[in-house]
Ligand binder design. Structure first.
Ligand SMILES: Nc1ncnc2c1ncn2[C@@H]1O[C@H](COP(=O)(O)OP(=O)(O)OP(=O)(O)O)[C@@H](O)[C@H]1O
Ligand SMILES: [Mg+2]
Length: 278
């Protein structure tokens, strides 16, 4: 849509969207979701989803319970197909390559696209340090100095280093819920992902711990692309550049967050963002 506006149209049109196109730098597409359908057995959970995710942005997926938000992000890193009986069709183009192409190893996709879940899930028997280092070790990195550096960098990146730097050998499970979630973010960052998928990452956290995660989203998107599922519309408004509203497995509307909240095109979106259902 943005691409087809000519310079003349841009200079004569003063609409909100055009104004924002002028103000915002044009970003590169990171992921193109093209005609994605997904099923659990015979039950269709996603219907013909099409979406462009731009690099270094945060996109919020919103919609009522059961509309397919989790299923969609799980289709973006090939986790969906790990559920017995589940299948997905369509294309997910990451930097020009379809992650569903037969030649693609799903393990590499999971490395490039990290994920953080609703409930913090540190590895239960491991120390703080080992939680972050585990993926590196699994990937054959043995250099202890390098592992230490990456662990420190990742904990810094997740805004947790100052709180844990003197207790790296203590169990990850001993941290507070908010700290555990930041530990899980550090664990994902250690793999140096290009995209971070966050499935309701603050729904189990108190407001202070949630606001720390929101601050992190702002900071992290400078280096990576973030997709965050959230039930909390204020949170979507605070953290997301783009927002997508889903309903019964369909993508109803997608656009600049401000537009979705203040001037949605679809009546269903309007009803959802004004709290009439969901
Ligand atoms: N493992 C599963 N087996 C069968 N059906 C499933 C499974 N997981 C999800 N579904 C169904 O797929 C649809 C989409 O579910 P999904 O979990 O993606 O929704 P959601 O938008 O993330 O909801 P919520 O906000 O409650 O997390 C729902 O109808 C759900 O019942
Ligand atoms: Mg969900």
């Amino acid at each position: 849509m943005e691409d087809i506006l000519s310079a003349k149209e841009i200079s004569s049109d003063t609409s909100e969207t055009t104004r924002r196109i002028r103000e915002e730098p044009r970003r590169r597409s990171k992921v193109s979701i093209k005609g994605v359908n997904a099923w659990f057995g015979s039950k269709q959970a996603l219907k013909n989803i099409n979406l462009e995710i731009e690099e270094n942005t945060a996109t919020a997926f919103m919609g009522p319970s059961g509309c397919g938000k989790t299923t969609l992000i799980r289709c973006l890193n090939r986790m969906h197909e790990m559920t017995p009986g589940a299948k997905a069709k369509g294309q997910v183009i990451l930097d020009g390559i379809d992650i569903y192409d037969k030649s693609i190893d799903p393990v590499i996709i999971k490395r490039r696209i990290g994920m953080v879940f609703q409930k913090p899930n540190p590895f239960p028997t491991m120390s703080i340090f080992d939680n972050v280092a585990a993926g590196l070790k699994l990937n054959g990195i043995k250099d202890k100095k390098l592992i230490r550096e990456i662990v420190e960098e990742s904990l810094e990146g997740a805004g947790l280093w100052e709180e844990v730097k003197n207790e790296l050998d203590k169990p990850g499970m001993g941290l507070s819920g908010g700290q555990q979630q930041r530990l899980c973010i550090a664990r994902a960052l250690a793999m140096q992902p290009e995209i971070l998928l966050m499935d309701e990452p603050t729904s189990a956290l108190d407001p202070l711990a949630s606001s720390k995660i929101e601050e992190l989203v702002h900071k992290l998107k400078k280096d990576l692309t973030i997709i965050i599922v959230t039930h909390n519309m204020q949170q979507a408004a605070r953290v997301a550049d783009r927002a997508a509203f889903m309903y019964l497995g369909e993508m109803i509307e997608y656009g600049f967050t401000k537009q979705i909240f203040q001037n949605p095109e679809q009546e269903l979106t309007e009803r959802f963002v004004s709290g009439k259902f969901g």
